[in-house]
Structures are given as structure tokens and as C-alpha cells.
Design a binder for this molecule. Structure first.
Ligand SMILES: Nc1ncnc2c1ncn2[C@@H]1O[C@H](COP(=O)(O)OP(=O)(O)OP(=O)(O)O)[C@@H](O)[C@H]1O
Length: 235
């Protein structure tokens, strides 16, 4: 079944951990739309369900109730194969950069292209190098993650998420491990590159200092969306 025209369209989504008497609802009747090229920040107290919602949209867990269309795929009832294909079209950025320590920055970025049989090793390395230039650390391409600062590692993670020209970026607290300045720089860079490519972003954050990068800020509380407001970037 095909979904809607927006990159993300959720209607009445619910989710519970556990089953039977132990079932604990953590998402309740969530409606959320992210439009083409839109940057939406999802905020709210710890435990309100933000990460659960993000992983559900990223096809990392199954939809239980409601309708969830992501990049045109209706996730309710989708097969595992369809979900794997969808995941390949999404760029993920996590709190911890999740880079492989035995690979250089360039190899870490190039790895994201390995599933694309149309590209040669040489092309993958060239595209990875260009993406590292775009995030401002082209001169550190041959360094392993251990030789990079936290902010530089997160830039590599941004390059890795964008290099495959994804249809959507999902980011979970990408600034949590960074100081104020490097956190701000990394998300602004992410925003600028995403806007240039027209890639929509859904980004979970606790960090009030980065809310201004959003076109829209959505708040969650106790598994529900409680408020949606225009971000500073949209004004
Ligand atoms: N795998 C799991 N099994 C059972 N309960 C879980 C699991 N993962 C999360 N929870 C619970 O679900 C609720 C929502 O968690 P979730 O991580 O989605 O919230 P969050 O808003 O992202 O929180 P934080 O901001 O602290 O990351 C929490 O009460 C959490 O304890």
C-alpha cells in the first residue's frame, strides 16, 4: 500500500512496550506530518516517547496501531524486506556518533554507499571525500575517529548520513555529547546541507539552544504531541 505525498505522515499512532497485563503504552494517538524539505525538532521531557517515535518512523520497530507513512511506504503491515529498503533511504544520526574505530573518517562515510551496487570503490571514496569537505573536515579524512574531537566525529556522522542522498534524516540527540559551541555548529551545518539537498529532518533534542534551526518545533508529553509551533527559522 502506498502512503501519502509527505515524507512523514502519522495518524493515530500508538505504541506499547510489553504485552497483556504488562503492556505499557508509551505513544498515544500521535498525529505528525513532516513536509518535503521541512526541518522539525521534537522535544519534551525524558521518557515522553521521543526516541520510540523516531525508531518507529525509521522502521527500526514495528507499528502496532495507527497509520504511519514514511517516504511513501505504509509501515503498518509492511514486510521486513520493505522496511530494510526504507531504512537504506534514511540517514540516521545518533547521540553517539557510532563510527567504526578501525576505519578512517573517509572509510566510515564511504561505508554508507557500500549497499549501492552501482558505485565503484573509487567513486565511493571520492564521494566520501567530497562530503567530508562539505562538513569542513576534508583535511582529516584519513584520521581514525580516535584522533578526532567530539565535534569532528559528529561531522563525520553527518557526512555519513547525507552521502547516500537520503530521502529523510532522522537524528536522535545529535548534540548531547558535545559542548555548546560544537553542538550548535554541527546542527547548523546539518541544517544548511539538508536545505541545500531538500532533505527533510526530524530531530529529537533536549537542547533548547538549537531550537532556532527548526522550521517547526513539536513537543511531546507522556506519549502525546502537546504542542506544535513555528520555529525561529520559519519566521
Ligand atoms: N525497550 C524498552 N522496553 C520497555 N520500555 C521501554 C523501552 N524503551 C523505552 N521504554 C520506556 O518507554 C518510555 C519512552 O521512552 P523513550 O526513550 O521513547 O522516551 P524519550 O522521550 O526518548 O526519553 P529520553 O529523552 O530520556 O531519551 C520510557 O518510560 C521508557 O522507560
Amino acid at each position: 500500500m502506498r502512503g501519502g505525498a509527505n515524507p512523514i505522515e502519522l495518524r493515530g499512532v500508538g505504541y506499547a512496550y510489553g504485552t497483556g497485563d504488562l503492556a505499557r503504552p508509551v505513544l498515544r494517538d500521535v498525529d505528525l506530518t513532516v513536509g518535503p524539505g521541512e526541518i522539525v525538532l521534537l522535544t519534551g521531557p525524558s521518557g515522553s516517547g521521543k526516541t520510540t517515535l523516531l525508531t518507529l518512523i525509521g522502521a527500526l520497530r514495528a507499528v502496532q496501531t495507527g497509520s504511519a507513512s514514511v517516504l511513501g511506504l505504509q509501515l503498518a503491515g509492511a514486510t521486513e524486506r520493505q522496511r530494510v529498503e526504507l531504512r537504506r533511504r534514511i540517514g540516521f544520526i545518533f547521540q553517539q556518533h557510532n563510527l567504526l574505530g578501525f576505519l578512517t573518517a573517509r572509510q566510515n562515510v564511504a561505508m554508507a554507499l557500500e549497499l549501492d551496487p552501482a558505485t565503484s570503490e573509487k567513486e565511493r571514496m571520492a564521494r566520501a571525500g567530497a562530503m567530508l569537505e562539505a562538513v569542513g573536515i576534508g583535511d582529516r579524512a584519513d584520521a581514525p575517529p580516535a584522533k578526532l574531537s567530539g565535534g569532528q566525529r559528529q561531522r563525520v556522522a553527518v557526512a555519513r548520513a547525507l552521502v547516500g542522498r537520503p530521502g529523510l534524516i532522522l537524528a536522535d540527540e545529535p548534540t548531547a555529547a558535545l559542548d555548546k559551541q560544537s553542538g550548535g555548529e554541527v546542527v547548523r551545518l546539518l541544517r544548511d546541507l539538508a536545505k541545500r539537498q531538500g532533505v527533510p529532518i526530524l530531530l529529537v533534542t533536549h537542547d533548547p539552544r538549537i531550537l532556532d534551526i527548526a522550521d517547526r518545533v513539536v513537543s511531546m508529553e507522556d506519549g502525546r504531541i502537546t504542542a506544535a509551533e513555528a520555529g525561529a527559522a520559519a519566521e
